[in-house]
Design a protein around this ligand. Sequence first.
Ligand code: TYD
Length: 135
Amino acid sequence: MINGVKQLNFPVHEDNRGTMVVLEGLKDIPFEVKRLFYIYGTDKSSIRGQHANRNSEFVLINVAGHSKVRIKDGKGNEMVFLLDGSHKGVYLPAMLWKEMYDFSNDSILLVLASTVYDAEEYIRDYHEFEEVQNS
Ligand code: TYD
């Protein structure tokens, strides 16, 4: 269990034309969305992430295919989520270590972020992250 991390289940609008998922900032997503990016072309051997962000909160959604995310708080707690549905997300508060892995070949991983990109807010060394978390 890691404080603040939670699975989100989004409402779907389904009819005979197909299905729509609508995400509004501060309603379905726990923050105002400032940025989104998506990751594809990955496979079982790909590992993404492997960093912590000092300020950004994220929601991860596999809009196609599936992947897993491992989350660590640097204090000995770890959680793994299977991202396997376009109407399901995982919310990650700031300052958590994350790695995404075990991608299906058809995976499209959509990431919503609470900030615009700032390379300076990244901690890319796990030991440094642990030190910050335990100091
Ligand atoms: P990277 O942080 O390595 O991706 P991941 O977290 O999935 O492992 O980012 C890949 C590249 O994209 C890197 O050159 C930085 C760039 N990038 C941006 O320019 N803006 C962004 O918002 C993000 C997330 C990455």
